[in-house]
Write a protein that binds this ligand. Structure first.
Ligand code: NAD
Length: 440
């Protein structure tokens, strides 16, 4: 990074501080107007977004429209329709005063100021723009840093933002570690990070130095428990759609399946049939690309460490960053594939005879971002949820909760903290300020 780049980044930050101080963003109608303007620019660039997603990640048009474009539009429309109501102060009861004075107590919401949003590569549009909507609807200014690992998408994001907003209100800084390290020295009023736990630690340490409040949206190994009474056809289909969306590069993808030993064989054979039907043509543009050659090598390493456990797929091509949908059976916790979040199209199977064993193993590890349970017995599913902890959870489905703006989304413990989407974004990106007044 040149000195000029550094000076430019610094001046964006200083200009945003000054712009926030004008209090223009305090106006709810200003926020709505800006979000509507952004919506128009976003719609205009839908083709460019989808083309860039194909270029960087081999994401097919259907998936790009569903999991990136439509989610942003839904979030925009829902938030634009509700900002006015969410921004209203809420009067709450007051404790009586000894002198009997009239006390009024209110909950008010204030923007933090200049916020910093750091995005990951895997859903590079949705995961930078959903937090952006949250930050803007609450009256903040934003510096966005999209991932350097999706350079075509980042360019499209930068040009859309430049078209929709003045840089003293919203600006994009493109770059990687160097730019991020510099930005993390600035006294932001809020940081919103989506990415890996390892980088999350760096972000949190930098924020701690200046006591900057933050949200960490991290990942982890999200388990998928399949009990012996599960509807196996449904489980096979929904596990497959959740696992192989975006080539397994989804933060809430089922990382591994923990299945009752009596139904493991049947489940694996149903998933194989589903894969043959759905991903028969596993060419690029159908299943997507792995983000980097390095990650293709990591994934190949999991298979090379236990080749006898490979029961389906396993093929890959370094140059095109292609990796087949892959199943590994009889996996145990010592296997390389179980040592970290897989973040790719390999699905390992572990089995249990008694659910207590499975839950003990899960509970002995860092808290995952999502936990899925497949069972036709509501009491069993409820019991699994009661005895485990995860950012969020689903019964008899995978991934769907992330797309609902009525539900808060986020992690717990090692999978992060802070929730967003819809009204929860309003809460995350604003400071809840209690105001008490004794009236004469
Ligand atoms: P990453 O942590 O490698 O990168 C995220 C961001 O951090 C990028 O913008 C990158 O430039 C920056 N960065 C990387 N290394 C850095 C360093 N040393 N110092 C400062 N900044 C640095 O994550 P990724 O590979 O883009 O995304 C995959 C990870 O993100 C997975 O762990 C996944 O589970 C997680 N994720 C979480 C969510 C969620 O909503 N919770 C969503 C998507 C991805």
């Amino acid at each position: 990074m040149t000195l000029t780049d550094q000076q430019q980044i610094n001046s964006i930050f200083q200009n945003q501080k000054s712009f926030f101080a004008t209090r223009k963003t305090q106006s709810v109608s200003f926020r709505i107007e800006q979000l509507k303007q952004f919506r128009a620019v976003f719609v205009k660039h839908t083709d460019a977004i989808c083309d860039a997603l194909m270029e960087d990640l081999g994401k097919n048009r259907k998936e790009a429209e569903y999991a990136e474009v439509q989610l942003v539009l839904d979030e925009l429309d829902y938030c634009i329709a509700n900002i006015e109501e969410w921004a209203q102060p809420v009067e709450v009861p007051s404790k009586p005063r000894p002198g009997g004075e009239n006390v009024v107590s209110k909950l008010t919401r204030q923007p933090f100021g200049v916020t910093y949003i750091i995005g990951p590569f895997n859903y590079p549009v949705q995961l930078t723009f959903s937090p952006l909507i949250g930050a803007l609807m609450t009256g903040n200014t934003v510096i966005l840093k999209p991932s350097e690992n999706t350079p075509t998408v980042s360019k499209v994001i930068a040009s859309m933002i430049a078209e929709a907003f003045q840089p003293e209100y919203v600006a994009v800084v493109q770059g990687g570690i160097e730019e991020n390290t510099l930005l993390l020295t600035f006294p932001f009023d809020y940081i919103f990070f989506t990415g890996s736990a390892n980088v999350g630690k760096i972000i949190m340490a930098a924020a701690a130095k200046q006591l900057i409040p933050l949200t960490l949206e991290l990942g982890g190994k999200s388990p998928c428990i399949v009990h012996r009474d599960a509807d196996l056809d449904l489980a096979a289909k929904r596990i497959s759609t959740g696992k192989w969306a975006n080539c397994g590069q989804t933060c809430v993808a089922p990382d591994y399946v923990y299945v009752h030993e009596e139904v493991k064989g049947a489940l694996i054979s149903k998933i194989k049939s589903y894969l043959k039907e759905t991903y028969q043509d596993q060419s690029l543009g159908k299943i997507g690309k792995i983000v980097s050659r390095k990650q293709v090598e990591n994934l190949a390493g999991y298979i090379a460490a236990a080749p006898e456990k490979l029961v389906y797929g396993g093929g890959y091509a370094l140059e095109s960053r292609y990796f087949e949908a892959t199943l590994m059976d009889d996996v145990n916790w010592e296997d390389a594939v179980m040592q970290q979040e897989i973040f790719g199209p390999i699905l390992p199977f572990l089995s249990y005879s008694n659910i207590d064993e499975a839950l003990n193993e899960i509970n002995g590890r860092p808290k995952p971002l999502a936990l899925y349970v497949f069972s036709e017995n509501q009491a069993f599913a409820d019991d699994v949820l009661n005895r485990t902890s995860s950012g969020d959870a689903e019964i008899n489905s995978t991934l769907i909760h992330v797309g609902s703006h009525f539900l808060p989304f986020g992690g717990v413990g090692a999978s992060g903290f802070g929730k967003y989407h819809g009204k929860f974004s309003f809460e995350t990106f604003s400071h809840l300020r209690a105001v008490l007044q004794i009236k004469k």
